[in-house]
Ligand binder design. Structure first.
Ligand code: GDG
Length: 503
């Protein structure tokens, strides 16, 4: 891509959120998050466009288009909407995306609802995205599609008269072959993905799973090369496939953590937990995050090590998510039952073992909790990356925080040397990790956190956008640590098996 070529980003949701206030018309608020922060400067520089669902129905779209047009002028790049009918929101978003792909790709095959209506809606919505992308782009533009909602967009685009160059990044894991083959539309979906020119995964685990699926299910395809980006050949076409671990805006988190407003909140939190270590959990409500496993591990740690009682508190934030899906409702009930049980068993006058909140914090409150906490406990049963682990480390300004990280989080590929790793299915392992983290000497804590922070400072979200776009141009990507040759203290091949292999 030369500088003159424009960048078009497509994602399920737009980086602007629209709300209709009765009597006042549409109110626009800006989305936040690392991806938006990192892509915005590139979109401005490349006369870019972001295409996505603004959260409104198709009928409202003409009205909303003029609001988006005005917003585009203000933010310096174009935003364009794709409308969904309420039925499509059900079948494409809650249905295929979140009751087929999400559970299957996170190894929860039994949670899948393989309803053919969902698949048809998925194809239809992907076709509509392709139509809007084709209308809003020129043949030289580079189209960067984000995430599992839009895996068929490149195929839909390829059926239109002029070709576009496309890249795709999957934010969630890609499953191993024996799970992927459970999908009734496995051949079609895999072939759809192969219409992209570049496919990016979070880790080598996911990329290798994808390659294995391709080699088995599409035998006319050949795979060449090794290293971080390999080439898949289908006739004359070449698809580049790589692992690009997503990152955060490190400086923004570190600077916010140092701000006066956050420092005041940190001081308040420390005074609310006098002489106690805060163990922090921040997870979206989701069965993939292993929240019940975390609670069970914490319970066992308190039982096995009574010296921890009254000395540590688990602050667990659960962010509401996908509440219209019954499994999400069930997991919330399970979490709240466990919190009640553990509180009933251990609470003493002046000490509450778990501070549980179901809701959202504003950004300052979130960053204040990151900075105030001694330990961040991440027990995902499977996770594409887990940005919370990186955000906690960036905000850990005292430099003595400890990260307990699930072996099954994508972030483990980069941080395995310095985090305490746990198998969340092993309740004793989680309890031991909590005890180790609570009693770790300060010098060791500082050394580990220092190395984690160096790594995520260097490989931040701007670096991530840059390497993905370089890979799209076929350029050399230089060295980076997430694919270094470190071997953890485990039997040879162990990390290949659990999927967080570093090479
Ligand atoms: C998917 C993949 C992958 C959380 N609570 C609040 C809040 N947050 C923000 C955090 C963080 C984000 O939500 C959560 O990101 P995660 O990466 O932990 O998890 P998912 O939402 O499941 O994200 C994941 C990611 O995509 C990116 O590729 O890492 O594996 O599943 O950024 O800061 N933000 C605010 N208040 C809260 O209460 N403001």
């Amino acid at each position: 891509m030369t500088v003159a070529e424009r960048l078009i980003v497509a994602s399920n949701r737009l980086p602007v959120v629209l709300d209709r206030t009765p009597g006042e018309g549409w109110k626009v608020s800006r989305g936040s998050g690392g991806l938006v922060t990192a892509l915005e400067p590139v979109l401005r520089e490349r006369e870019g466009t972001w295409i996505g669902w603004p959260g409104v129905s198709e009928d409202e779209l003409p009205e909303v288009d003029s609001v988006l047009e005005r917003e585009s002028g203000r933010i310096g790049y174009r935003v364009r909407g794709v409308g969904l009918t309420p039925r499509e929101e059900e079948d494409f978003y809650l249905g295929f995306s979140n009751q087929v792909i999400w559970p299957l790709f996170h190894d929860f095959q039994t949670q899948c609802n393989f309803d053919p209506t969902f698949w048809r809606a998925y194809r239809e919505v992907n076709r509509r995205f392709a139509k809007v992308i084709a209308r809003e782009s020129a043949p030289n533009d580079f189209i960067w599609v984000q995430d599992y909602h839009l895996m068929s967009v490149a195929e839909e685009l390829s059926q239109r008269p002029s070709r576009r160059r496309t890249g795709f990044f999957l934010h969630i894991p890609f499953p191993p072959l024996d799970l992927f083959v459970k999908l009734p539309w496995r051949f079609t979906l895999l072939r759809s993905l192969l219409h992209y020119d570049l496919i990016g995964f979070q880790t080598a685990r996911d990329r290798n799973n994808f390659i294995h699926c391709v080699q088995t299910l599409a035998p006319d395809v050949t795979v060449e090369g090794e290293g971080r980006v390999v080439e898949v050949r289908i006739g004359e076409r070449v698809v580049r496939v790589g692992a690009f671990p997503i990152a955060i805006d490190f400086d923004e988190f570190a600077d916010s953590a140092a701000s006066n407003a956050v420092s005041e909140r940190v001081a308040r939190l420390w005074s609310e937990f006098p002489g106690r270590q805060i163990i922090l959990g921040v997870d979206r409500l989701d069965y993939s995050k292993g929240i019940p496993h975390k609670l069970q591990g914490f319970r066992l740690a308190l039982e096995r090590y009574p010296s921890l009682q009254e000395k540590v508190s688990l602050v667990q934030l659960v962010i509401p998510s996908r509440e219209d899906i019954p499994e999400y409702h069930a997991i919330r009930t399970e979490i709240e039952r466990l919190v009640g049980r553990i509180s009933g068993e251990f609470t003493r006058p002046g000490w509450v073992p778990i501070h549980y909140q179901y809701g959202r914090w504003d950004r300052e409150e979130l960053i204040a909790h990151y900075r105030a906490a001694r330990i961040n406990l991440v027990t995902s049963l499977k996770d594409g990356m887990n940005l919370v682990a990186k955000e906690f480390s960036a905000a850990s300004l005292e430099g003595d925080g400890v990260l307990i990280l699930s072996e099954y989080a994508g972030a483990t590929a980069q941080l395995q040397q310095d985090a305490i790793l746990v198998n969340p299915y092993d309740v004793e392992d989680v309890a031991e990790a909590i005890h180790t983290a609570c009693t770790m000497p300060e010098e060791e804590r500082r050394a580990r956190m220092g190395r984690i922070r160096d790594k995520i400072r260097k490989e931040d979200i701007f670096w991530w956008v840059d390497v993905f776009l370089k890979a799209a141009r076929g350029e050399d990507l230089g060295e980076w640590s997430s694919l270094d040759a470190y071997q953890p203290p485990a039997p040879p091949g162990f990390f290949d098996a659990v999927g967080t292999a570093s090479s």
